[in-house]
Design a protein around this ligand. Sequence first.
Ligand SMILES: Nc1ncnc2c1ncn2[C@@H]1O[C@H](COP(=O)(O)OP(=O)(O)O)[C@@H](O)[C@H]1O
Ligand SMILES: [Mg+2]
Length: 287
Amino acid sequence: MTVNFNQVSYIYQKGTPFEHLALKDIETTFQQGKYYAIIGQTGSGKSTLIQHFNGLLKPSTGKLEIDDLIISHKTKDKILKQVRKRIGVVFQFPESQLFEDSVEREILFGPKNFNMPVEEVKARAYQLLIDFGFNRDILQQSPFQMSGGQMRKIALTSILAMDPDIVILDEPTAGLDPKSRKQIMEMIKKLQVEQNKTIILVTHEMNDVAKYVDEVKIMKRGQLVEACSPRRLFSDLNYVNQMHLDVPDVVRLQRDIENKYQYEFNKIALTEDEFIEMYKEWQQDER
Ligand SMILES: Nc1ncnc2c1ncn2[C@@H]1O[C@H](COP(=O)(O)OP(=O)(O)O)[C@@H](O)[C@H]1O
Ligand SMILES: [Mg+2]
């Protein structure tokens, strides 16, 4: 699926004294199979933007084109239901919305609503849960006796089990331990690489942006101010600072070494492995 934002603006509490323009003239495209990050300071409009993907919010003006489906302020809920089946949104702290007393019931709740084949969904969910490191009897357990990280993985699985073409995640690893964070990020990357899913990640974690993402979209005060590759973004640390973004650890390390030895590598490394290779080549050239 291709998603096109066509001059989308969104106004909260329109026509009241609290009216607030949260998105302004968003014009951008999301292509099938690519991994996107949406970044920007708190309040810049990231969550508002992603709520447009499954029609939780409809544009105040402008429209979204999702393949040949059009979402505007006039679009009926019946059409939105078709979209919700194919675009899965994992909101911030999704574990707070768990409510069923077994993992199986929790996971089948959404799919049943959409009349999806239960056995197929269950098999998919089970595989995801095993990949996440759960035991084989996980489906009968209650989510409420689990740790925060485990509950987050259950909530994530309940969306992924519906096999959406596009997976949207609003800070999916916020507040989790490092091990759960890594498991979740690796799982998401696997979905993109092995199943050609589109991933749209809202995040403040620039280490993750450097490591996993194809294209970064930067929001500022309701506007989309930049769309580029992570390599291009992190090559310009002045701009990164100006946008109040963090610098990935590996980029910081590279810059420290460059300063210390008065040497400039010909590109920015985005992962530790990549930097180690560049470093080794440099050391060999020096000999
Ligand atoms: N329900 C709402 N009513 C009024 N204003 C809102 C509402 N939700 C968010 N906003 C405002 O819209 C802007 C964008 O918010 P949001 O999309 O949540 O930003 P982000 O996810 O980037 O932190 C902020 O200024 C926020 O205060
Ligand atoms: Mg937000």
